[in-house]
Design a protein around this ligand. Structure first.
Ligand code: BG6
Length: 489
């Protein structure tokens, strides 16, 4: 057998993320036999709980893709036997020393590796890292810490956080999560792009007219208003999730698939981006209303949100990469809460075929007949390509049809949750999908000035009704760059 052991401590074990994502991910990994032979899971939080109560909480709140499988219950029993709880304060070295004692018992003299998953609010973050690293880090194996955003709210606060963390940890020990990088279709981006001859050579300004990164949710910030109001949609979604996708999409070919090679290219492309002009950003906020007897709350109806809050719950932005590959190509981002649907997708609109025989005398705008590649990250994962095709029949009429790779139809396998991929990678020391500190700096450098300007000028968001398609300003913004959003009509 394996002579080492991994202890996974979830700091903030009774929180939402732990219940909804981390425990279920660990269980799924266990179910799939992906966890090491010797492992122990510890929940750590302030509230008093026994091991039995933690186990009860984990099994009660567990909803994951494994749920309906046959031997799920039996596996769950086995899994719960490896879960324990330790109650302590986040800033108490003594409490972490007690945890250390318990971990040692479970490690039983084996080489001990320790993973801490910090699932706690930012204000107690550094204290917890300090205590965990001083009092409960591994003596003879590795110690790694997974941290979740927010990583500050602008360049300065993010740099300060990085400095504090680096007092206690080496950069290689810090695993900064952006869970979008763990999504199947985001991971697949580089396969699609770099291993298909029909895409790789087309991936530049020469053939691509614009790229759209779209995120929408059909629910508001209900219950999270307190957190959200301090950040807003640009920090919550764009500066991290959408920008990470953009970096993977647009980076130069890395030297290899090694984590450092990939992240070097991501940093390079982020640093090649043009500062964002405030005129190239549209912000919006949802308003409540009543429809068909049902009432939908506005953003500021949330008791934890100030009545006069200007925090955007929607934003659209045009970004540019000033390098040889992408000069002049608009990268449009759009992210919003309380919109009409939930989706995350990448849309690549290609240029038109020069002198297209079928369109040149038809009076049709040739841009209406361009190819579009859509990578639907969620829901209902898919990759499809819009092509021009002859409508069957005796006449000659063209339409646009889809070459469609629908994951559900093609693959019998379920798609793992992003957290499964990421937790497994952290256990295995694979850093490819985690954010390096220079990447984080570059991402903040890009967004900080425009965020400051929006804040200082007190830009009034354009209001949109809950459940709508968002502010019309997003269309004007796109039109100014000669773009039509692909997700609407
Ligand atoms: C989080 C944001 O990072 O991502 C949330 O803070 C958002 O506001 C969530 O709802 C979306 O993640 P997913 O995986 O549900 O699309």
């Amino acid at each position: 057998g394996d002579d080492s052991t991994v202890s996974i401590t979830i700091v903030g074990a009774s929180g939402d993320l732990a219940k909804k994502k981390i425990f279920p991910a660990l269980f799924a990994l266990y179910y799939e036999d992906c966890l090491p032979e010797h492992f122990t899971i510890f929940g750590y939080a302030r509230s008093k709980m026994t091991d039995a109560e933690l186990r009860d909480m984990v099994s009660r709140t567990l909803t994951c893709r494994i749920d309906k499988r046959e031997n799920c219950g039996e596996k769950m029993e086995q899994f719960l036997k490896r879960c324990f709880y330790h109650s302590g304060n986040y800033d108490s070295e003594q409490n972490f020393t007690e945890l250390d004692g318990k971990l040692k018992e479970h490690e039983a003299g084996r080489v001990s590796n320790r993973l801490f998953y910090l699932s706690i609010p930012p204000n107690i973050f550094v204290d917890a890292v300090k205590c965990a690293s001083r009092s409960a880090s591994s003596a003879n194996g590795w110690t790694r810490v997974i941290v979740e955003k927010p990583f500050g709210r602008d360049s300065d606060s993010s740099a300060a956080l990085t400095r504090s963390l680096k007092q206690y940890l080496e950069e290689e020990q810090i695993f900064r999560i952006d869970h979008y990088l763990g999504k199947e279709l985001v991971e697949n981006l580089s396969v699609l792009r770099f291993s298909n001859l029909i895409f790789e050579p087309l991936w530049s300004r020469k053939y691509i007219r614009n790229v759209q990164l779209i995120f929408s949710e059909d629910f508001g910030t209900e219950g999270r208003g307190g957190y959200f109001d301090h950040y807003g949609i640009i920090r919550d979604i764009m500066q991290n999730h959408l920008l990470q996708i953009l970096a993977l999409f647009a980076m130069e070919t890395p030297v290899s698939l090694d984590a450092e090679d990939i992240r070097n290219e991501k940093v390079k492309v982020l640093r090649s981006m043009r500062p964002i002009h405030v005129d190239d950003v549209v912000v919006g906020q949802y308003k409540g209303h009543t429809r068909g007897g049902q009432s939908y709350p506005g953003y500021t109806d949330d008791k934890t949100v100030p009545e006069d809050s200007l925090t955007p719950t929607f934003a659209a932005a045009a970004l540019f990469i000033d390098n040889a590959r992408w000069d002049g190509v608009p990268f449009l981002m759009k992210a919003g809460k309380a919109l009409h649907d939930r989706r995350a997708e990448i849309r690549v609109q290609f240029r038109h075929v020069p002198g297209n025989l079928y369109y040149r005398n038809s009076g049709t705008d040739p841009d209406r007949a361009t190819n579009e590649l859509v990578i639907r990250v969620q829901p209902d994962e898919a990759i499809y390509l819009k092509i021009n095709n002859k409508v069957p029949g005796l006449g000659m009429r063209l339409d646009r049809s889809n070459l469609n790779l629908l994951y559900k139809a093609r693959y019998a396998k379920e798609i793992p949750d992003a957290y499964e991929r990421l937790v497994l990678d952290a256990i295995e020391g694979e850093r490819r999908l985690f954010i390096r500190s220079d990447e984080l700096d570059a991402a903040w450098s890009l967004f900080t000035p425009v965020l400051k300007e929006i804040g200082e000028k007190k830009v009034i968001p354009e209001y949109y009704p809950y459940g709508s398609r968002g502010p019309v300003g997003a269309h004007y913004l796109a039109a100014r760059h000669n773009v039509k959003w692909g997700d609407v009509g």
